[in-house]
Design a protein around this ligand. Sequence first.
Ligand SMILES: [Zn+2]
Length: 79
Amino acid sequence: MALMCKDVIERDEKVVIIQQCIHCGGETEWPITYEQWNDWQVKHKFIQEVFPEMSVDDRETMMNGTHPSCFNEIFKDMD
Ligand SMILES: [Zn+2]
């Protein structure tokens, strides 16, 4: 199973995805339902289909753990 997340805790019908920001090291927890996790990670549905109400920034942070502001910092440092 291709799991890109750092850690996943299964609690009853809930799944908590824990992602760490590569820039500041801060961890973000994303509690989602098992159904959503299954659709996203097992059935490989598009993330925008699984979490239609989530903002683009939030989806990005959930996928790679990096905060949008930190992401900008990384690119700024590359200049
Ligand atoms: Zn960060």
